[in-house]
Every structure is written in structure tokens, then in C-alpha cells.
Design a binder for this molecule. Structure first.
Ligand SMILES: [Zn+2]
Length: 282
């Protein structure tokens, strides 16, 4: 499978630029991309250092950056963390986006720790396991992955198929269709147009009919990821400095990290990357 071409976009350039960002007291705070470094430099928020690919902030940054020796400040290789190849690389979110996007900002903005490099093959291999894991949450929370609250419109498929045949016939791709059949298909589309009180040319109507779907989200539609994250956030506690913590959500994040380590042989993942690493920004 290694040489098989897979239909997934991959990055051509290095995923990690590994620019170093130092604080005013010369502490290595974090790593960033060239784009981010340029952003600081353009705004006079940082100065270029003689060291290769390094800048020093010209303001006192909020927080202290990452601890010395932390995964987030080390040099990262542009290779797949599983097989070590430097070809066909892609960025992989260890916490699937369908959950991550509903998480609070204090967790979401920390997620670069949970963003790793995988090649396309390793990515697809792991995704099969990740899909199975998502099914476990669908069962546990009694909430299908596709969400709940779809409104089925099976009649749409009759109109869409009729429009598709009419278009093919029009374009000479269905020369053998009997005349009475094509007349019937035209009538299906015409009746639908009347029912929808739709104006426009025949081609425009056909184009609309081709877009019809067999279902759509109703007003009470519930997204799987949104629902699961909301449940995980029910147990919230406020700690010092008025910060909120969600123990169940923390465990969920860690479980995804554990799952990734278990099913994706991470021979090339840094030793400093850890399941128990920080989840919150502050
Ligand atoms: Zn790989």
C-alpha cells in the first residue's frame, strides 16, 4: 500500500518551520511558523536574533510560555510520527474536529499539542480505528454520528433521478430511452416546479432539481459532537482565578491521546509528548 496514490491533499512544504520565540528575559517560550514570526516582526512586536530562525518579543508576553524541555519548545521533525517518512505528509488532529470545534476556547487554542504529522497512509490506517472509537461514543451517549433530527424527504430522490435522466437525454447520453418514458420524466420535474412555485428556465429548474437531497436537518437537529461535548461539560468546576475546569472533558481528551498511541505505532513521536500533558491554555 505504501506507493499507492491516495486521494487526500498533503502538504508539499515543511509542516514545522520551527522558529524559536524568546521572551524579553531570553527564555525560549514556544515554537512558531515563519508566517507567525513575520507577523510579530512586521508589527515591531519582536526583533530578529542573530541565531538562525529566532525572534525575541519586544513586549512582556502574557504567561510564561512552555516549561524548559517541554514538547512544545523542542525542534520538531517534518516526518510522519508513525513510520518516519518525509513524503505525503498531512497534519492530524488527535482530537477529531467534530468534537474539538465544540470545546471551549481555553482547550481549543491549546490543541497544537494534539496536532501531529502523519503521512497519508498512516493517517488513513489510523482513521479506520478512530471511526470505530467514535462509534463507541455514539453508543455510550445514544447519539448517532450523523446526529439526530434529520427530516427525510424521499420524494426528492424521485425528482432528482428524473432530472438526472432528462439532463442525460438532453445531452445525448441516453439515446435508447423510450419517448413515453422521457415524457413521463419531464412531467415529474414539471409537476415539482409547479408545486415549488418556481420560476426560471428549464435548465435552471433541472439544475435545482439535481441538487435535491433525500434529507435535511430539522429545526431540532442535534449534532453528535456538540451533544457529546455538552454532556462532558456538564460537570464543571471553578478553580482559583475564576478559571473553569471540566474533568470529564479532560478525560475525553486524554482518552483520544491514549487511543492514538495505542493504534498508531508512534515510533517517531517525541518522548516529550505525553497523554497527561496540559489541556488548558491557562
Ligand atoms: Zn507514515
Amino acid at each position: 500500500m505504501a506507493d499507492k496514490e491516495l486521494p487526500m491533499p498533503s502538504r508539499q512544504k515543511d509542516l514545522y518551520d520551527n522558529w524559536k520565540v524568546y521572551s524579553q528575559i531570553d527564555k525560549l517560550m514556544f515554537r512558531c511558523s515563519k508566517k507567525k514570526a513575520d507577523w510579530y516582526l512586521c508589527r515591531n512586536l519582536a526583533a530578529l536574533l542573530p541565531e538562525d530562525k529566532a525572534i525575541k518579543l519586544s513586549f512582556v508576553a502574557k504567561g510564561d510560555g512552555h516549561a524548559e524541555g517541554d514538547y512544545m519548545v523542542e525542534d520538531k521533525a517534518n516526518i510522519c510520527v508513525s513510520c518516519g517518512t518525509s513524503k505525503a505528509l498531512t497534519l492530524h488532529h488527535i482530537i477529531p474536529d467534530m468534537y474539538r470545534k465544540w470545546m471551549p476556547e481555553v482547550i481549543k487554542s491549546k490543541s497544537s499539542r494534539d496536532l501531529v504529522v502523519l503521512c497519508k497512509n498512516c493517517h488513513l490506517k489510523y482513521e479506520q480505528q478512530a471511526d470505530k472509537y467514535k462509534e463507541c461514543f455514539a453508543t455510550e451517549y445514544n447519539m448517532p454520528l450523523e446526529g439526530r433530527g434529520w427530516i427525510l424527504t424521499p420524494d426528492n430522490s424521485i425528482v432528482r433521478k428524473a432530472a438526472s435522466a432528462v439532463v442525460k437525454y438532453r445531452d445525448g447520453k441516453l439515446p435508447l430511452i423510450p419517448l413515453d418514458r422521457i415524457q413521463h420524466l419531464h412531467k415529474v420535474v414539471d409537476d415539482w416546479q409547479i408545486e415549488q412555485e418556481m420560476s426560471g428556465t428549464k435548465d435552471e429548474v433541472l439544475e435545482c432539481a439535481l441538487q435535491l437531497t433525500d434529507r435535511h436537518k430539522g429545526d431540532d437537529y442535534v449534532d453528535h459532537g456538540q451533544y457529546v461535548v455538552a454532556q462532558l461539560m456538564e460537570n464543571a468546576m471553578v478553580i482559583q482565578n475564576n478559571r473553569t475546569r471540566w474533568p470529564d472533558l479532560e478525560e475525553f481528551v486524554k482518552n483520544w491521546r491514549r487511543h492514538f498511541l495505542k493504534y498508531c505505532d508512534c515510533d517517531y513521536l517525541s518522548d516529550k509528548w505525553s497523554v497527561d500533558a496540559d489541556i488548558y491554555v491557562e
